[in-house]
Structures are given as C-alpha cells and as structure tokens.
Design a protein around this ligand. Structure first.
Ligand SMILES: NC(=O)c1ccc[n+]([C@@H]2O[C@H](COP(=O)([O-])OP(=O)(O)OC[C@H]3O[C@@H](n4cnc5c(N)ncnc54)[C@H](OP(=O)(O)O)[C@@H]3O)[C@@H](O)[C@H]2O)c1
Length: 248
C-alpha cells in the first residue's frame, strides 16, 4: 500500500513511518519539513498522488482552544479535500481518550477534528489513545522553574508511541472501521511520580511538587477521565521499562 503520514516527523509520527516501512509499505511524509504545509495546503495535492490511505498524526503545541480548533479544522479539511480529489479511500486519525469529557483547550481542537472526519465523505477510522510515555518530559519542560517542577495531580496511563504506531498501521491496512476500541498503556501511573522517575533517568533530580489543578479539567486529570475503561485495549511496555530501554 501507499500510505501518507501527516505529521510523520512528530513523536508518534516517526514510529508510524518506521512501522509502515517495516511492513513494506510505500510511505510519503506530510509535514512542513517534508515540504507540505497542512494548514495552508501547500504541496498537499502533489504528495497525495497514488496514496491508498492517510494516517493523520499531525499536531500543534498550542494551549489555546481557538488556535487548536483553527489548526485541527484546517489540517483535517485540507487533508479530506485532497483525499477526495486523489481518490483516497481511508482516513485514519489518532485522537485522545477523554477529550469529550475534559474541557481542555487543546482538546477543543481534537473534538472538532473528530467531528469533521465523522461528517466527511472519506471513509474513516478514529483511534483514541492515552498519553505517550514522552508526555512526562513534555509536562516537566512546561512547568519547571530552575530545579523545581510543579506537576498537576494527574492519573495517567502512558503508552509507548511505538505501540500506538503499530495499531495505526494495522488499522490503515484494514477497511475503515469508524471509532475503534480505545488503546491505553499497561497500567495507571501518577504524573508527578513519572516526572520524578524521568528526572532521575536524565540525571537532573530537582524538586517535583504535585499540585491539584482547580476546575473541571483539573478534576478530570485526577479522577481517571483521561484513562481507559475496562473494555479498552492495552499496550505492553510500562513507563519504567521504556525509561530503562533508553528510548527517552
Ligand atoms: N502526545 C501525546 O501524549 C498524545 C496522546 C494521544 C494522542 N495524541 C495525538 O497524536 C497526534 C500526534 O501527536 P504528537 O505528540 O506525536 O505530535 P508532535 O510530536 O507535536 O508532532 C507534530 C507533527 O505535526 C507536524 N506539523 C505541525 N504543523 C504542521 C503543518 N502546519 N503542516 C504540516 N505538518 C505539521 C510536525 O512536523 P513539522 O514541524 O515538520 O511540520 C510533526 O510531524 C496528535 O493528533 C495528538 O493529539 C498525542
């Protein structure tokens, strides 16, 4: 198959490209560094020629609901229009567990993305996954002041990005399936403890303080809204195994 990977240079995108190439698929990467801007649409039509399925793992780092919604709306509409034009018959997108229950600015864009896909004309598959193992480092980077990190009280269920990539490629190889079973990590973890483990692994211990975030989103972080339910699928590699493997 010829697969296009939107965001194929990102955290999970590099794994999607690797897994797809290991599966002997012909892969085209859609990202700015590969000459395709998914927001403006520049370079998209040419890149879509001959593609059988698109896996969308593009993202923005914004924490603004307005910017997130604008990004995911533009990217999804541009991708679907180019897919329609090129005769692509399968759009696979990665979403996040709990987005419709937790009012987070970034999630507003993900809810919009799912809605555009569901009402579009390209047959689709949406997989929701929990946070990647890399999330602990990302949250630490955003909330550290010198050697002190202030981490929200959060129950997470981190998963290896490689395992999410394996599921996405498997889904792309099959027929469009709509919203499929959620995928979470093998066990629940406390975000502050993950940050402590990560800090030790990179030899930068510091002080990690855990704070409950007020409001509905803060409660969702604490009460398990962002982890999977019992009828979900689960990955194999735990956070400490991932750290020990040196993948960070
Ligand atoms: N992070 C998590 O824990 C997590 C968990 C579950 C689901 N997800 C979902 O997984 C997806 C991927 O997340 P990620 O963390 O892997 O993202 P990421 O590391 O931030 O990578 C973003 C990708 O999007 C590309 N991109 C950004 N703006 C673009 C533009 N204007 N045109 C073309 N490409 C653009 C980037 O490439 P260039 O910079 O080269 O353009 C990069 O390849 C997202 O949909 C996210 O919601 C994430």
């Amino acid at each position: 198959m010829k697969l296009a990977v939107a965001g194929g240079t990102g955290t999970v995108g590099v794994h999607v490209v690797e897994v797809a190439r290991e599966g002997r698929h012909d892969v085209v990467v859609l990202s700015r560094s590969a000459g395709v801007d998914l927001v403006s649409g520049t370079g998209l039509a040419d890149a879509m020629a001959g593609v059988d399925a698109v896996i969308d793992v593009a993202s923005t780092r914004t924490m603004s609901a307005k910017e997130s919604t604008a990004f995911f709306s533009a990217v999804t509409r541009n991708l679907l229009a180019a897919e329609n034009e090129a005769g692509v018959r399968h759009h696979v997108a990665l979403s996040i567990v709990g987005i419709d229950k937790a009012p987070h600015a970034y999630y507003a864009g993900k809810v919009k993305q799912e809605s555009i896909i569901r009402t579009g004309t390209v047959p689709w598959t949406i997989l929701r996954a929990t946070q990647f193992h890399e999330f602990a480092a990302q949250i630490r980077e955003r909330t550290s002041f010198g050697p002190v990190s202030i981490i929200p009280r959060m129950v997470s269920q981190p998963i290896a990005a490689r395992e999410v990539a394996e599921r996405l490629v498997d889904l792309a190889e099959k027929s469009p399936a709509g919203r499929v079973t959620d995928l979470g990590g093998p066990r629940e973890e406390r975000m502050a403890e993950m940050v402590r483990q990560y800090s030790r692994a990179i030899d930068a211990p510091g002080l990690v303080l855990e704070l409950p975030i007020p409001g509905t989103y803060g409660r969702a972080m604490r009460d398990g809204t962002l982890v999977t339910t019992t009828d979900s699928d689960h990955g194999r590699q735990t956070f400490d195994q991932w750290l020990a493997a040196g993948a960070h």
